[in-house]
Write a protein that binds this ligand. Structure first.
Ligand code: TNX
Length: 536
């Protein structure tokens, strides 16, 4: 009779055990970009929705709130131990500000990093370990694989650009765009706010800039044809928009929470057609001493050009906390300077040898100006023509074939190599794709591109700050099309920005991608399905 009790007990235990949720074995997490080192163990950890999230520093609140949203934890509390713990620990300094350590065992989940950025990236890794449904709605008690991860990026600069000048994209979309960057651990959003016929940022000292530059005459037809600048007094239907300074601050804050720096670009001295419409007296003088009616270049011999740009940049520096300000500097048509008496006088006075040196004079003026405001200057690589200050940073945008030559010029450099990182290029079979500008760069081309050429010495290698892709929007007039052009190619850029050269593996990446695409589906992203052909 006594024997019955143990049997009864065992039965109870078995029954109780089967009521308890048991974590299943989980497949390897398949994270993009692949973490630096990952050890995958058998089994899984259930993240119970009743479990509070513990943080050891108030700056981690945003990351904790993301997890809370995904799994529905009731509270975020401060402390230094817990079943879901985010912890800043300066002793992990060797991982760098963006590095982190993540461990999930049968008991708990720990993400520890030397800085808030690393914690954010640890949480983005966790995100990809959770079911993709979390992107849409809370998933109670999800199971994550048991893993140990040590992670840290290859490049400090992992950028993504968006041209909002050719077509305006609303604040809500800019936030979505920033969300996409965050998911891929991209840390810089290059906001191309100004170009030929578009001026998108409110400048309080010169409201004319947006009065003219934010609007064009509404037109049916091809997106690249919406080129008629609307005069402020024109009462035909207008197309466009601009960001108020309040909205700009909101975007900067939104990005900062996601470990993203916003780099503003104000184009000078070229690509400024609408500025010349708005301030015709800043155009160069023709042979007859009259201002050119239609140029896109500031007159370098007119002190008012410098004054206007200083007023603008002063406001930009005030608002943007970024270390750098981008001043454009690409594709300046110097023929206007050549024929302009004011520019020629400047050339003589400053003993400038040619028009390239006028360009450097112009750029160096603003480098000093920015420097006095505590900022560093970035320009497209054309600013190297002439005598440039050695502290200026270059964004290189020509083909990968010549990038070595530019890296060796000795300036800090970011590679946005046109034939690999222009996401306005076609990505699939041309006849089947929406009309695009430029060449053809597939997902595989982006992934397999190694941005550092062979044969550089240590100093030259140290010049390379990192990589960035650009989205020029002459042909891209809708949010859906912008998403289509950047995704999934941005996941391949992210891999190059994050992973060491030896770690990259196309087969592995290709096999992991469908999981990320599921996440895009949950997020409702209009990504290019055509870009992913499993067998290629
Ligand atoms: C050149 S690339 C530009 C952009 C255009 C792009 C495509 C670069 C620095 N400048 O202003 O959008 O070509 O047309």
């Amino acid at each position: 009779k006594h024997m019955r009790y143990p049997i009864f007990l065992i039965c109870c235990l078995i029954l109780f055990g089967s009521c308890q949720p048991q974590a299943q074995n989980m497949p390897a997490p398949g994270i993009i970009p692949e973490p630096m080192k990952i050890i995958h163990a058998e089994g899984g950890l259930i993240l119970h929705s009743q479990t509070p999230i513990t943080i050891n520093d108030p700056s981690l609140h945003f990351s904790a709130a993301q997890i809370q949203k995904w799994i529905g934890s009731p509270t975020i509390q401060e402390g230094s131990s817990g079943k879901i713990l985010l912890k800043i620990d300066p002793s992990l300094d060797s991982l760098g500000r963006e590095g982190y350590y993540l461990k999930s065992d049968r008991e708990k989940l720990l993400i520890v990093a030397p800085a808030v950025e690393g914690i954010f990236y640890g949480v983005q890794t966790l995100r990809q370990m959770l079911p993709s449904e979390i992107e849409n709605s809370k998933v109670a008690d999800p199971t994550i694989p048991l893993t140990e991860i040590w992670d840290s990026p290859r490049f400090n600069w992992r950028g993504m650009h968006l041209d909002v000048s050719r077509h305006f994209f609303k604040t809500d979309f800019i936030k979505k765009y920033i969300d996409y960057l965050a998911l891929h651990k991209i840390n810089t959003f290059h906001w191309h706010l100004v170009d030929g016929i578009g001026w998108r940022m409110e400048i309080k000292s010169h409201p004319e800039l947006t009065d003219w530059g934010a609007w064009r005459i509404q037109k049916e037809g091809n997106p690249w044809d919406y080129f008629e600048i609307a005069k402020p007094e024109d009462d035909r239907p207008k197309y466009g928009g601009f960001y108020t300074q309040e909205e700009v601050k909101e975007i900067i804050q939104y990005a900062a929470e996601r470990a993203i720096t916003v780099l503003p670009e104000i184009e000078l001295p070229g690509h400024s057609k609408v500025v010349m419409k708005c301030f015709p007296e800043l155009a160069c003088l023709d042979k007859n001493g009259k201002h050119y009616p239609s140029t896109h270049v500031y007159c370098a011999g007119n002190p008012d050009s410098y004054q206007l740009l200083e007023d603008i940049l002063a406001e930009v520096c005030e608002i943007f906390p970024s270390e750098y300000i981008h001043i454009g500097g690409d594709e300046v048509d110097k023929k206007y300077w050549k024929s302009c008496s004011k520019c020629q006088r400047l050339k003589q006075k400053e003993k400038l040898k040619n028009e390239h040196e006028i360009q450097s004079y112009f750029v160096n003026h603003f480098e000093k100006f920015l420097h006095n405001k505590g900022k560093k200057l970035i320009g497209w690589h054309e600013i190297l023509e002439g005598q440039l200050s050695p502290t200026a940073t270059i964004m290189y945008w020509k083909s990968d074939k010549e990038s070595k030559e530019y890296i060796q010029k000795g300036h800090p450099i970011i590679l946005t190599t046109e034939n690999k990182y222009y996401f306005n290029f076609y990505q699939g079979d041309t006849p089947l794709e929406p009309v695009a500008w430029g060449g053809h760069t597939t997902l595989k081309d982006v992934y397999q591109y190694e941005p550092i050429p062979e044969g550089l010495n240590e100093t030259e290698l140290a010049n390379v700050l990192g990589v960035q892709a650009n989205l020029w929007t002459e042909y891209i007039d809708t949010e859906a099309l912008a998403e289509y052009m950047i995704l999934p190619r941005m996941s391949a850029l992210a891999a190059t920005g994050w992973n060491q050269k030896e770690q990259k593996d196309w087969e592995q990446f290709r096999n992991k991608l469908p999981k990320l695409l599921e996440r895009y589906d949950q997020l409702g992203i209009h990504y290019a399905k055509s870009a992913y052909i499993p067998e290629i």
